[in-house]
Each structure stands twice: as C-alpha cells, then as structure tokens.
Design a protein around this ligand. Structure first.
Ligand code: ATP
Length: 941
C-alpha cells in the first residue's frame, strides 16, 4: 500500500510545487516513522512480554519467527519495498536529507509533530489558496487531488493506528494465552509429581508388607535345625507359603495398577497432543483471520473497514474464547487420568472432526464474506471516487461561476458569454445531474446490496452462534464425561485402597497366627533338647554297635566264605572221586557190555561225527544239530525241527576225535584177527561223511586200514619167538555191482564163488593176493589200491568214492611150539556213501553209480533186518556187497560198523537215517565169535 502511495507520489511530482511536495513527503516520513516505530515498539513489547517467562522464550521466539515468516511477510515486504523505494529514488531521499539538514524554515520532520506540521501546512495552503485565488491558473486545480490523497492517507493512518491497537490486543491475548499455557504446564508438573508421590507411597507400603512377610518367612536358628521333627513347623511353612501366594497376588494387582496408570498416562499424553493440535489449528485460524484483517486494513474505506475489523475482531475474540475454553478443558482433562479412554478418544475424535468441519465451513463463509466485502469495497470505492470527482467538478464549476459572478464589469459581456454559454453549461449541468441521479441510483443499489451483504453476514453470524452453541453443548458433554470419569476413578481408587487394606489386615492376622505358632513351637523346642540329647547318645551307641556289627558281619562272612570254599573243595574232591568212580563204572559197564556183546556176538556200532569243515558250509549260518555227551560216550543227541532225539550206540566219537582214538577203540578186534578170528570193520554213512577218511585216512594222518596193519605187524613182531605169521592182502571194489581187483593192473572183472575146498566159504577166483612181509610193503599196496579205486567229484564230495572198497587181510599164524595154526581174517570195508540224487546233482554215469550204491546199501539193510529178526533166510545174494560180506556178517564173526554222520543241519535227514540204521545194526546178534585154529593134527574152532 505504501509502495503504491510512493509510486503515486512520484507520479504526482509533476503536478506539485516544492512546498507541497515537502509537506507530502513529511507526511510520508511521518507515516513510515509511525508505522515502523510502532512495529519496533510492538516487537520490543512482545519480546519483553515473552521474556517474562524464560521457559517460553524458545517457543515464543519460534512463534514470532514463524509469524514474521508467515503472517508479517507482507510487512517486511512493505519495509523492504519502502527501503527499496528510498534507495531507488535517491534524489528523493537526498531531497529529504537536505530538507532535514536545512530545517530552518520547514518543520522538523523527525520531530513528533509532523502531523501537526502537515495540518498547519494544509491550513496555510488553503489560506494562501483563498487569498491568491485570483492569481492562480487552471493548473492550480491539481491541489485538490493531493489534498484528497493526503486525506486518504490520514484516514489510512487512523485506520492503521486502530489496527495497531487491535494488534496490541491480539498480542495481549497471545501473552495471556502463553501465561495460561505456562500455568497449565506447571499444574501438569505438579499433578505428575503428586501422582509419582502417590505411586511411591504405594510402593513403600508394598515393600513394608513384603519386609513383614520376609521377616515371617525367615525361621529362627533354633527351629531351623529341628524343624523336620515337628508338625508345627510344617504348618508355619504352609502359612508362609500362603502368605507368599497372597504377596504374589498383591504384586500382580500392583502390576495391573501400574499398567493401568501407564495406560492412563499414555491416553492423557495423546489427548494433550490432540488438544495441542487443536490449539495449533486455532492459532493458524487466528493468524489467517489476522491476515484477512491486515488485508482489509490495507484496503480503503474507513467506516466499512472499521466495521469489518470490528466484526473480525469479535470473531477473533470468540475464537480466542473458544481457544481459552479448549485450553481450560485440556487443563482439566490433563489432571484426570481417564479409564474410559477409548470412549473419550472416540468422542474427542468426533468433536475434533465436528470442529474441523465447522472451521472449514467458517473459513468458507469467511472467504465468501471477504470476497463480497472486497467487491463491495471496490464498488464503494469506485462510487466514492466518481462522487468525489463529480463533487470536485461541481465545486470547480461553482467556484468558476462565483468568480464569474464576482467580476462586475465584465458581467455583461460575460453574461452574454454566459448567456451564450449557459445553455451548454446548462446542458452540462443537466447531464451532470442525470449522471448524478444515475450515480445516486447506483449508490442506492449498492446500499441495497450492502444491506443484503449485511443480512448475509448476520445469517453467518447466527450460524456461527449456532455452532458456538453446539460447541458449548459438546463441552458440556465433555464435562459430564469428565465428571463420570472422575467418579469412576474415585471408585476404583476406593476399591484399590480397600483391597490393600484387606490384604494388610489379612497379612496382619496371618502374622499374629504365625507368631502364636512360633511361640508355641519355641516352648516345645525348649522342652526338646533333653530328649534330643538322649536320642543323640542312643544314636552314637547305635552307630558304634553298627560299626561293631559291620566288623563282626565282615569276619562272619569271611569265615562263612572260608567254610564254603572248604566245603566246595571237599565237594569237588568228592565229585572228582565220584566222577572217577563214575568213569570207572562206565568203563566197567562198557567192558561188561563188550563182553556181553562178544558173548552175544552183536555187531558193535561206533559213531563218528564229522567236524564241520569250510567246504561243507554250502549255506551260510548253518547250525550244528548233532551233539555228543562228554560224560556219556555212547550217547548222541540230534536236534531235528526243534525236537532232540538221543541215540544210544556202543561208542560215539565227538568231532574232534583223532584217527588214533578211533583206532584205539577197534584195536582189540584187530589183534583178535591174529588169534584166528574173523573180523570185519566197515564204515557206513552218507556220501562225504568221512568214511574213506576214517578207513584210509590221509598220508599224514592214516586211518584204520594202515594203523591196523601196522598194529598187526607190531604184534607179529612181539610174538615172533613163539609164532610165525603169514599175512596176505587182497583188495577189491564193487562198482556198479561189478567186482574189480584193486591190486591188479588190468583191473579185470571178478566174480564171487564158493570155495571149492568144501568149507562153504566164498572166494574170488583170479583175485590177486599179495603176501606182505613188512609194513612198508603194505603201505605201497594200500597206495596202489587207493589209486585204482574209482572216484569222481560230486556236489557233496570232491573225491567221492563211487564204489565199495574192501581190503582183505588174512593172517595165518603158526605156533612154533605146538605147530598149531590160526587163520584170521580182517575185512576193512569202505562202503560207498548213500546219497540223495537231487542233492548230489548226479546225472548220467553218476546217477547210475548212485542208483547201484543205494541199491546195494538197501540190500545191506535188508540183510541187517533179517539178521536182527533172526530169519532163517538172510538175503546175502541180493547184492555183490552183501554177498561179499556174507562171511563177515555171518555167525562167529566180530563185526564193527563205524557210522559216519555229519553234524550240519542240512544233512540232518541223512544223519537220522544213518543213526536209525545203526541202531538196527546194534541189535543184530551174530552169535559168539569163533576162532579158527588148526592144531598140529587138525582144525578146531
Ligand atoms: N574226521 C575228519 N577230520 C578231517 N577231515 C575229514 C574228517 N572226515 C572227513 N574228512 C574230509 O571230508 C572229505 C570227505 O570225506 P570222505 O571222502 O572220507 O567221505 P566219504 O564218506 O568217503 O564220501 P564218499 O562216500 O562220497 O566216498 C575228505 O576231504 C576228508 O578229508
């Protein structure tokens, strides 16, 4: 505005003389001085006011800063523009400084009476104008716009001073607001301090209660050691546990209260923040109003502007009141810790929304109002301008008319002129009147419009009143809610105090009970020490007794152990004796049995269990099902399908039995051959069960054959002084029912025939019989026979004997003294093994061999069966084997069968068959053995 004025003044320079310009500029300087001086004073006053509360300095300075930035930026702009104007129009400023320096004639501009100077100058100019009215030309008409402008400026100054007053009021309100805020904060601090104090009091009460409980919990040193022996202590402990439970409950309640208080604090803070936001919004609203006010103030129009300023001030006041009310409400609410926070928050939010809506609508209304006002102001201003122009024109014309009338001599002439010119003037006048009328109409219209606007403003005021009423209603609701809230808080506080009191009473009662119990226990404890002492003495005596008892017990145990060990040793000695006796008994029994067997002429059956070899383990994890009894040499146990079966035979050799042991068993039979007995030893069993091993053996570990011959030669050697012996050996095999000589090179087939000597004995014509003189010789013969024997590899045995082999040793002895002669025969038979064809995998020639072998063994079984049953007909001739063994299985022979069995589970079927056959053979009685001896004169048995 001032900038516009300066521009306008610059524009006017062309029309004004120096004095008038001086007056004008002095007025301008006065205005600037007044405005800026007042602004500075105002700021100083504000700063002074804010400085009063050192706490608020930061906030206030911030606020003033923001106000300078936001609200007062136009002012700064004005200042800057004025300064700019000063600097830009340096000539003007120079002029001013010059006039300042001159200061002689002109008024003292920086002095405090430039307005008076200006007014005096105005009067002076008017006076001069009146006196020199005749001398002035038409150019003097330019004085009147300056005066108008100056009058406008004066009115502006008045308005500005009014605005300053309003501004001061606003500042005062602001200061009051700040004071209120400070007070509110102090109150808040005090409330917080009191709240903390209350909390501390509660905590101290609780801690004192806890201490009391702890004191109750800590037992006395007397009762500590002996508490276990008294029921009262247990009760004490139980009551202490009860108190601990109550204490934990109280702690829980305390925690709950703490959490509630914290929640209330949070709610309060959030509400304060919300109200602070509202305050800020209201502040911004006030600032906006202030801005609007300044805009209105800067606009022209004295009375209307004043009215609007008044209205806005009133509005401002109402807003401040509402702000104050809100702050009061905030203050009150901040003191109250709310419990129904959620409801209040919701209501607050609703109210806030409502207030915001109202503010929005108010703002819109204010904007509309300001627009309308601006329009009306503009139209008013234009109307006023036009009116002023017309009035000026009328005044000028009136003056001119007056001047013309004042000039008498010229009147006629002028009158004429006037008469000549009067119609035109009249026309002008009529036109001017018409225009005046039009303008007055316009004015009336504008007035009507103004009235309408006033009506509108009134309505908006009513609306704002309604809104204020609503706000008041809301505030009333808030106050009601606050009261309810306070009541509820009070109620809760009462409850809490009651609970604390009840807990304290309860703990006191418990404490009293516990004290009583404690005293009674103390009394009882005082009476306890003597009994305790006696118990202690008893205990020590018992301990010593126990110690003695343990020593006694240890020595007794040692004695008992010694006795037991002595008894055990005695028992073991007795057992040894018993075992020895038992063995002797068994040996005796065997001897008697053998004698009986010999008497009866039974076939003796020996059983040899083959050890489990690696090559026999066709299937992994095979178990051993054949077991021997170390205490009973004639018993054998076979486990088949979970069932054990015991076989009783004449002798059972365990798997680890050596060739020597086996031979020892049959040695007497062998030697009996020297004495002229018919002896037959044959090995029977399934294929691969160790028949050949038992009979022939290996080079390093020879079998029965070799050992028997060696024994024969040993005996012969022993008897050489009394007896001379002649030993002949022959060896045959029966292969596929064909008899072959194993000692013959060509291996021709032989036949069995009855000896033509009339003895009825069998003989094999063409059989090579070799007389042996030494054991080395017999070894060679045996090796030859072994080489000639037919063997093939089968699945059951890599060197399976496919034939029955028979080594026939004939021992003819001559008693050197008497000349009597003995003829003994030793038949050593290695039978071919029985085999299950599906198991041995025999095919073709092997199958035929197996069939022949099995057939001959079956015939042997038949013969055994017939012998056992004492049948009259014995089917010896059913096979070559039985036919050839007829002499050995006949009457008077000493026959031994060595049954070979496998111990493996896979062969259990064959093992059982062999053992069953052996048991049948056991029962065969051949009759007492008969010795074949020829005396020097003839034969005798
Ligand atoms: N007591 C044992 N100790 C060590 N090895 C043995 C024993 N008995 C048998 N054997 C071995 O078992 C294998 C088969 O034995 P052997 O040939 O004597 O059986 P076999 O009954 O004669 O069979 P086949 O009827 O098929 O001729 C041989 O290698 C033999 O050395």
């Amino acid at each position: 505005m001032l900038y516009v004025v300066i521009e306008f003044s610059c524009h006017l320079q062309g029309f004004l003389d120096g004095v008038e310009m001086y007056a004008f500029y002095s007025l301008l300087v006065y205005i600037f001085y007044t405005v800026f001086k007042k602004e500075e004073e105002e700021e100083e006053a504000l700063e002074g006011a804010y400085g009063a509360s050192s706490d608020e300095r930061g906030a206030v300075s911030m606020e003033t800063g923001s106000r300078r930035r936001n609200g007062h930026t136009p002012k700064m702009g004005k200042k800057a523009s004025v300064r700019h104007g000063e600097s830009s129009s340096s000539s003007d400023s120079d002029e001013m400084s010059l006039s300042d320096e001159d200061g002689e004639d002109g008024p003292d501009i920086p002095a405090c009476t430039p307005l008076a100077a200006f007014l005096s100058f105005k009067q002076e100019s008017e006076r001069r104008r009146a006196s020199q009215v005749q001398l002035e030309t038409t150019g003097k008409l330019s004085e009147s716009p300056l005066v108008a402008v100056m009058s406008h400026l004066l009115s502006f100054l008045e308005q500005y001073s009014h605005f300053q007053q309003l501004q001061q009021q606003v500042d005062q309100y602001r200061v009051q607001l700040k004071r209120h805020r400070v007070q509110h904060r102090r109150q808040m601090k005090a409330l917080r301090a009191s709240y903390r104090q209350r909390l501390m009091d509660k905590n101290s009460i609780i801690s004192s209660l806890e201490e009391a409980i702890n004191q109750q919990q800590t037992p006395s040193p007397l009762s500590e050691g002996e508490s276990s022996s008294h029921g009262g202590v247990h009760r004490l402990v139980e009551s202490l546990y009860g108190l601990q439970g109550e204490r934990s409950k109280l702690r829980g309640e305390l925690h709950l209260l703490h959490s509630q208080l914290e929640q209330q604090d949070k709610d309060r803070h959030s509400r304060i923040q919300a109200f602070q936001q509202q305050i800020d919004e209201l502040k911004t609203c006030i600032e906006e109003r202030e801005e609007e006010l300044t805009r209105l103030r800067t606009a022209t129009g004295a009375t209307d502007s004043e009215k609007r300023v008044m209205c806005l001030t009133a509005e401002n006041d109402s807003l401040k009141q509402s702000l104050g009310v809100t702050q009061g409400l905030l203050q009150q609410l901040s003191t109250i810790p709310s419990q129904s926070s959620s409801m209040l928050i919701k209501e607050n939010e609703n109210l806030r929304c409502r207030v915001q809506q109202l503010e929005m609508s108010l703002q819109q209304r204010a904007e509309q109002l300001s627009q309308l006002e601006r329009q009306s102001e503009q139209s008013e201003w234009r109307r006023g301008e036009e009116l002023r122009k017309r009035e000026d024109r009328v005044r000028e014309l009136q003056l001119e008319l007056d001047r013309e009338r004042g000039k008498e001599p010229v009147v006629k002439y002028v009158t004429k002129t006037v008469e000549v010119e009067s119609p035109a003037t009249l026309k002008h006048l009529t036109k001017a009147k018409q225009r005046n009328e039009m303008l007055s109409e316009k004015l009336s219209n504008q007035n009507e419009r103004c009235k309408q606007l006033e009506e509108h403003i009134r309505k908006s005021d009513e609306y704002s009143c309604n809104l204020q009423h609503k706000i008041a209603a809301y505030e009333r609701e808030i106050s009601k809610l606050r009261e309810e809230l306070l009541k509820e808080i009070g109620h809760l506080e009462e409850k809490k105090e009651e609970a604390v009191k009840a807990a304290a009473n309860c703990s006191a009662e418990h404490f009293q009970d516990l004290q009583e119990q404690f005293f009674s226990l103390q009394k009882r404890l005082t009476s306890l020490p003597p009994t305790l002492r006696s118990m202690k003495t008893d205990y020590t005596s018992l301990r010593s007794q126990i110690r003695n008892f343990s020593d006694f017990y240890g020595s007794a145990i040692n004695d008992a152990k010694k006795q037991i060990s002595a008894v055990i040793s005695e028992m073991s000695e007795a057992n040894k004796d018993l075992l020895e006796k038992y063995r002797k008994e068994v040996a005796l029994r065997r001897k008697y049995h053998e004698q009986l067997v010999e008497l009866k002429g039974n076939i003796r059956v020996l059983c040899r269990v083959k050890p489990v070899l690696k090559e026999d383990q066709h299937e992994e994890g095979q178990s051993v099902v054949v077991t021997t009894d170390s205490n009973n040499e004639s018993s054998l146990n076979v486990l088949n399908k979970g069932k054990g079966r015991i076989f009783e035979l004449d002798k059972v050799f365990h798997p680890q039995a050596t060739q020597e042991e086996v031979f020892q068993e049959i040695e007497p039979l062998v030697t009996s051959c020297i004495d002229g007995y018919q002896v037959c030893i044959f090995a029977y069993g399934q294929t691969g069960s160790g028949k050949t091993y038992t009979m022939e053996g290996s080079v390093e570990n020879p079998g029965i054959n070799q050992r028997a011959l060696k024994q024969l030669f040993n005996v012969i050697e022993e008897r050489k002084d009394m007896w001379s012996y002649n030993i002949t050996v022959s060896s045959v095999e029966i292969y596929n029912e064909v008899l072959r000589d194993l000692l013959s090179k060509d291996g021709e087939k032989l036949d069995i025939k009855i000896n033509p000597d009339g003895t009825g004995q069998l003989h094999v014509p063409g059989l090579r019989v070799i007389e042996v003189k030494s054991f080395q010789h017999i070894k060679k013969i045996l090796a030859q026979a072994r080489r000639n024997r037919i063997t093939f590899g089968t699945q059951m045995n890599q060197h399976s004997s496919r034939s029955h082999a028979l080594l026939c040793i004939t021992v003819q002895g001559t008693d050197l003294a008497s000349g009597s002669k003995t003829t003994g025969k030793l038949n050593l038979v290695d039978l071919a093994g029985s085999e299950r064809v599906w198991k041995s995998g025999a095919e073709g020639e092997r199958l035929k061999e197996a069939q022949n072998i099995n057939r001959s063994l079956l015939a042997l079984g038949d013969v055994i069966q017939a012998l056992r049953a004492r049948q009259t007909h014995i089917p010896f001739r059913n096979s070559r084997l039985t036919y050839l063994l007829q002499d050995s299985l006949g009457k008077g022979s000493k026959t031994v069968m060595v049954v070979q069995v496998s111990a493996l589970e896979s062969n259990v079927g064959e093992t059982l068959c062999s053992l069953k056959f052996a048991q049948r053979v056991c029962k065969v009685e051949l009759g007492p053995a008969a010795r074949k001896i020829e005396s020097g004169g003839g034969q005798c048995d």
